[in-house]
Design a protein. Structure first.
Length: 93
């Protein structure tokens, strides 16, 4: 909680454990690239160009990652002790 703040969700699992979840969303924009191809025509001292430009990339990719840890209540320390965690999606590693 010191690094990521309080969890956005916490719920009892029914077997004495409690699940705590943190959600992180990130986004990045892929670079755009413009490719122009064409050819030039000349007739006397007049020239013109026929060209085609294709733009690729430039999309924004959003990723949402859910991190879940499982804990059991410890009566001695009167606090939750983390016992396990759920692997997040590979895109979150």
């Amino acid at each position: 909680m010191l690094d990521y703040g309080p969890p956005v969700n916490a719920f009892d699992m029914g077997d004495g454990r409690r699940a705590f979840q943190w959600v992180f969303t990130s986004s990045h924009t892929r670079p755009a690239r413009a490719t122009t191809t064409g050819f030039m025509h000349s007739y006397g001292n007049v020239s013109w160009v026929n060209s085609n430009t294709t733009i690729t990339g430039g999309q924004t990719v959003n990723t949402t990652c859910v991190y879940t840890v499982f804990a059991r209540w410890d009566q001695v320390t009167r606090g939750w002790i983390i016992t396990d965690f759920k692997q997040p999606d590979l895109m979150c590693e």
